[in-house]
Design a protein around this ligand. Sequence first.
Ligand code: CP
Length: 304
Amino acid sequence: MKSESLVSITDYSKEEILEVLESAKHFEENPNQKILEGKVVGTLFFEPSTRTRLSFETAVTRLGGRIIGFSDASTTSSTKGETLHDTIKMVSNYADLIIMRHYLDGAARYAAEVSDTPIINAGDGANQHPSQTLLDLYSIYKTQGTLEGLNITMVGDLKYGRTVHSLIMAMSHFNPTFHFVAPDELKIPDDYKKFCDSKGIKYFEHTEFSQDVINNADILYMTRVQRERFTDLMVYEKVKDVYVLKNSMLDDSKDNLRILHPLPRVNEIAYDVDANPKAYYFQQAKNGVYARQAIICKVLGIKI
Ligand code: CP
């Protein structure tokens, strides 16, 4: 198998997505394997992260690989003016694989073009977060027993939310019905609506986080309003607490409903939801290790 970067979830066909989910299941059953012995993985995080970086690093460690990299670009020569181009060229001299998060949309595609080793996009601006999507799909599959024909309700920052953007594209293979719940300031961009139209996928837009919408959902995908994406903080202040999911709002929800959130959360899920068996966001984050083990192997061309 060839080594190929994962920049956008659209880099993978439906079959490849299902192959990654199957591998994730294998790694959940056998997380410790010395598949990456002798390999070096660079984790370059130009933007803060807890889950993505630590779950990737856990994935590499459990597979016997070694990690180099940084979690804070202010400690690197980028502060002296070194370009992304040169940073990637340098690290691709040292590592067999680069996992990169960057605050600019398109940075991962650019890195993949200049790198001599494969790149995994760990989130680029408001654009894409494909490894999050694969762990989201794994979580949806595990909890629903299928990816087909589900009611997926996405709530919060649908404008800047890269996890939402990637998930819409991935779910398009599985005939979903989307409900997009967002204030006018954070509505899903037209490009994603056009994408749904082109694939014949049903979607409904709401500004109200109504009981009806909650009660019809199979998956409630909550998201944080991301302060760091706003140029006008007055707008952020207006919308930051627009939707808050409370436990009492789940009383008439479907038995199979699961609440997902890419995390971190701020105020959008009250702490009283955590004890509800329908809350799945911490298990979802745990699934990230297995999904990322599967992604690393696929990107490096390692057959499971
Ligand atoms: N879900 C996610 O990307 O979380 P982090 O920002 O903590 O990596």
